[in-house]
Design a binder for this molecule. Sequence first.
Ligand code: BYC
Ligand code: FE
Ligand code: FE
Length: 471
Amino acid sequence: MSVDLQARIPNNVDLAGDRRLQRALEHWQPAFHDWWLERGPEGLQKREIYLRTAVAVDRAGWAHYDYVRMPDYRWGIFLSPPEPDRVIAFGDHAGEAAWQEVPGELRGPLRRLIVTQGDTEPASVEQQRRLGAIAPSLYDLRNLLQVNVEEARHLWAMVYLLFRHFGRDGREEAEELLMRQSGAVDHPRILGAFNRPISTWLDFFCFTTFTDRDGKYQLAALAESGFDPLARSCRFMLTEEAHHMFVGETGIRRIIARTAQLMQEDPNEDARTRGGIDLPMLQRYINFWVSESIDLFGAPDSSNAATYFAAGLKGRYQESKAGTYADHLLLEGTHSIERPRADGAIESDPVPMRRATNALLAEAYLRECEKTMTRWNQPLQNAGLSFRLRLPSPRFNRKIGPFADALFLPDGTPTDDPDEVAGHLPDEGDRAYLESLQGEAVMERAQCAQWIAPPTNPINKQPLDFEYVRA
Ligand code: BYC
Ligand code: FE
Ligand code: FE
């Protein structure tokens, strides 16, 4: 598992031992760099940023901090160490040795999963590219750029698998990953949420809380894959994911802390007249990004999901963790899934287990989101305020699954009034207000915009007034 850091593409997959593959990836590399400069973070490419770079896959090496200019960031290919004698943990091949090469009959579905995963990574960088110009502090700016370089590394992780295991098709898919563009009408990114604009820091913090958390759950499901190179890639990507969710969750927590303070200072508990972000607006952004993110789990009753599980390509959350599940075959039993009836009433439908694995993953995801909400409500409770933030019902604002065809409110009750639904989602007025609030980036050390409390969690034990981005 030696790491070659001096190579043009740092890696621990012995690229130097496969000249053809190395040349193919070095051929893709300039296209990647062009993409980064054209569609990556705007205007900050010459700055020195205090970034973490993976230089090894062990505890000491995966988080090495230094000042780097982003175009010089060492995007590398890293797989977690192999697990000796690993066997497939679930599905029709449970108990067989994990595959080091792609089984011929699984080529199509496997390629599709890798491409879908890979597509989200550059998409998110494109979505976030203009946020640097309105960053609330150097600390936040640095965190944004950290997330961006790591998502770009996740693209490399999937592109490696495509080049190494899918021949000419893989090369074409890798080119396509740089051609599709978030939000483009004629050539959009594959999944819905990755085509929505992230035009404010409220969008960004909600996205990194809820959409990166979908990333965590999807990567965890793919980390169970019988295709060992995919499992090892995803396991290493997961080490980086925690920081992305940290950025989102602490970002929103700081907004709530500032809002709570402004509400206490105001006779009408009105944060907005005092230049803050009011809680109903925050709730609308939560409603939007949670519903978009639940859509990313696919339909709760899915034949694709059943195929992936049966084939051993995509497991449940923590499928192979001892003690989590007794049954790894899922040939028996059902899971109940809600569907709306034509008259608006909700019925519960038993779905065969394998077809319900998208629903199981989404439910695990939502349980974790609930914990975030509890943490976010804490400062409100401490301040003696009665408002509580809530997760919207999974029926609300859906575009995928059985609830996509009818209208529901965030509390789960049906409605036939689209305006009532829209009232629970961010609108033009919200965006205009946030844009006026955010103004220009705060680029002085130790300074922070007034709509968010200053950071409280240092990066790599540096002081909070550290020069996270050099002038
Ligand atoms: N938007 O059986 P169904 C991350 C399509 S995030 C548009 O319901 P399936 C990250 C679906 O493709 C994690 N289309 O769903 C986070 C299918 O199309 P076809 C990304 C959608 O296939 C932040 C049809 O609807 N990783 O890493 O079981 C920053 C019916 O399919 C959507 C993955 O997603 C949608 N939301 O599951 C950076 C893992 N949902 O066949 C990065 C890989 C479904 O009719 N992907 N469709 O043409 C998968 O495992 C699956 O593709 C999905 C969908 C879970 C996404
Ligand atoms: Fe990622
Ligand atoms: Fe992420």
